[in-house]
Design a protein around this ligand. Structure first.
Ligand SMILES: [Cu+2]
Length: 311
């Protein structure tokens, strides 16, 4: 049994506490000396200023000691950082995708979740992608933090060593709803993880026929973070409200030309898969990026069923 939540906790904390410790010692030492000098060399005690011209001993001391301290800091830092760069070969590979303003995780068997599930005591390697702007993947409890830059293909990895749920959030300011861009990482013992994994694979393979499409559509809209930009009550947020969207006439700009279209199934689908083809007048192009890789045709028709109910 480990007492740390991940394999990176120790080394990161060592570097952190060493730097903090040195800083505190210097803060106290310098402030103490300052106060002593104010007292010792004030005008009453020392009416004629003492002139000092150079001291090799002092110069050597205040060059050598800080140099040694900084080198020690570097080694603590390097010892903590360099294992983070290379994931073990046998690590479980998960792809994390960030977009304004939600997370999605894809596992080797193709299932997708908005909460990260990982097995206990097993290395997990994450490929970090962003679909729009720069985000940053952060699990404070694991001391894991890595930028997610579109097109750059950053990576990170860790071994979760304690069962439980931990915060996972975006730590790069990425626009209006950045502060809502958080989720959890759930660490399950291998047995529970395997059970969860198999269960998810089953439900993904054969979608419940009895499911209510409207409820599922609503769930998809929440799960995929559409609600960060689209309200259901008529309020304009980043994007147009979903209220009354289905079946109404919209003024859009297509290839720089304005035209009026009817918001039918076809239009809504295009809005989700290719949002910048028809840009709703009064809204910015490029803010919403395609959900082609995240939502199937079936998902889209469920969302449409849900949107129909918001009149
Ligand atoms: Cu972000």
């Amino acid at each position: 049994m480990y007492s740390e939540t991940s394999n990176f906790v120790n080394a990161t904390d060592n570097a952190f506490f060493f730097i903090i410790g040195v800083s505190v010692i210097f803060l106290l030492g310098i402030t103490g000396t300052l106060i002593y000098f104010i007292f010792r060399y004030n005008k009453k005690r020392n009416p004629v200023a003492t002139q000092i011209h150079g001291s090799n001993t002092l110069e050597v001391v205040w060059t050598v000691i800080p140099t040694i301290l900084v080198i020690i800091m570097f080694f603590y830092g390097w010892a903590g950082y360099s294992p983070m760069r290379k994931a073990p070969e046998d690590a479980m590979k998960i792809t994390a995708t960030a977009r304004m303003w939600s997370w999605s995780f894809e596992y080797p068997n193709g299932i997708k979740t908005d909460t990260l599930y990982v097995p206990l005591d097993k290395p997990v390697a994450l490929a970090l992608n962003s679909l729009d702007v720069i985000h940053s993947f952060y699990i404070p409890a694991f001391r894991v933090k890595e930028d997610m830059v579109p097109g750059r293909g950053n990576k990170t990895w860790f071994i979760a060593q304690k069962e439980g749920a931990y915060e996972l959030f975006c730590t790069e300011y990425c626009g209006l709803s950045h502060s809502y861009m958080f989720t959890e990482v759930k660490v399950l013992p291998q047995k529970d993880f395997d059970a969860w994994y198999a269960m998810m694979a089953d439900t993904t393979r054969k979608p419940a026929e009895s499911g209510n499409p409207v409820a599922e559509g609503k769930r998809l809209v929440e799960k995929n973070g559409c609600v960060a930009c689209h309200s259901a009550d008529g309020t304009k947020i980043v994007g147009p409200t979903f209220k009354g969207v289905y079946g109404h006439k919209v003024l859009v700009e297509t290839d720089g030309k304005e035209r009026e279209v009817l918001a039918d199934d076809e239009y809504i689908k295009r809005s989700i898969y290719d949002p910048n083809a028809d840009v709703v007048k009064g809204f910015a192009k490029g803010v919403m990026v395609s959900y082609k890789s995240q939502l199937s045709d079936e998902d889209v028709s469920k969302i449409i069923e849900y949107l129909k109910t918001l009149q």
